[in-house]
Design a protein around this ligand. Sequence first.
Ligand SMILES: Cc1cc2nc3c(=O)[nH]c(=O)nc-3n(C[C@H](O)[C@H](O)[C@H](O)COP(=O)(O)OP(=O)(O)OC[C@H]3O[C@@H](n4cnc5c(N)ncnc54)[C@H](O)[C@@H]3O)c2cc1C
Length: 415
Amino acid sequence: MAERVDPTTRLQSGQASLLTNWAGNVVYGAAQTATPATVDELRQIVVASTCAKAVGSGHSFRAIASTRGTLISMREFARIDSPGADGSVRVGAGVTYGDLARHLASNGRALANFASLPHISVGGAVATATHGSGPQNPALSSAVAALELVLADGSLRTIRRGDPEFDGAVVSLGCLGVVAAVTLETVAAFELSQYVFEAIPWPRTERELSALLRSGYSTSLFVSWARPNVEQVWVKSADPMEELCGVRPAASPRHPIDGADPSHTTEQLGVPGPAAERLPHFRFEGIPSAGDELQSEYAVGAVDAVAALRALRAIGPQLAPLLHVSEIRAVASDSFWLSPFYERDSITFHFTWKRSPAVAAAVALVETVLAPWQPRPHWAKLFTYSDEFLDAAFPRLDSFEQLRYRYDPGGKFRD
Ligand SMILES: Cc1cc2nc3c(=O)[nH]c(=O)nc-3n(C[C@H](O)[C@H](O)[C@H](O)COP(=O)(O)OP(=O)(O)OC[C@H]3O[C@@H](n4cnc5c(N)ncnc54)[C@H](O)[C@@H]3O)c2cc1C
């Protein structure tokens, strides 16, 4: 397994033009880096840069944080205010979900959902429509109540839910400016228990798939596409569970990747605990996923998911040797123009690839096979789609381009 270096370390010590993302497959290529600690410093940096891009924790697999100009690390924007009377909390965009969850827990509050890992920044996750699972759980961007954005001319604009441009500005891929702070809605702290069930029969109908993904508050199916069943079903449940499809829960902790160390995963075996320590698959202090990996992911409409699943199973033998694991999740629809879940309850098909030159062809094969169901790619993960394809897949892409032009007519954040 390759040595993993925290990208913030790379940002501190590396030569700017050689800084890479978490996976090491993207070189940001920036002429210089900057690590502002205040909004005024951030504004000055943005004004002084011909082109610039914010970077959070650098967990994206595509070059969406790359810039020829100034790479602006948001790690110093780590302030977390106390939750307000309405439960909302204002945080610096560089705060990680892990730190935020701990702060909220000490105030009796929690976020409604998490991605698989708590190591990522709020700014980066919101900008890319990062999601967890649960048919009633939309992407993490849906918790946003307001954004404070530094624009290309250095001005600061606050965009609140209800403003006409809000739905365009939340999932922005860093193309509108640099988000300095985000106000997020929270919920009262709640507990969940996590169970892993193995060798569950493949769902054959929309009803069976929907039932499986509704087994708990948040459910993930892990598959290799090589076996006659779903290898693992991870259920984060508010209620105790005795069985799923007649199968008893695993009696010892599991890792989604065959042979990987389960001590990095969040507590299982039905032990109740804070939702923030059960909803992510990986512990904040642990190593997420495999490390030596690439990822791609596609969302299709929930109504089409069983047909898409069947088509993927048919090419399973070609995919399996190249994969660490695949994950299937449910995500509720939202209204953000660039979100893969825009106005569509979705099922996502995720692929954690081993590093191999053959991955490019496998990604293209998955895209060809999913084509009949209007797949929308995860912006932060690998895909090969053309601009024309993306135009058709994201019906508000044109509206976003107009918004981008109004906010950043000179294309400072366009890289
Ligand atoms: C091991 C692993 C597991 C993952 N699991 C999941 C998962 O469960 N669900 C899921 O949906 N995704 C998942 N991802 C993808 C991940 O959530 C996204 O890559 C997310 O963007 C990571 O946040 P980041 O802070 O690292 O963003 P970065 O990669 O740093 O940036 C992503 C984008 O956001 C922009 N951006 C960042 N901060 C700001 C800011 N302050 N202002 C403006 N723009 C900004 C950047 O310019 C860039 O365009 C996973 C990735 C890894 C490596």
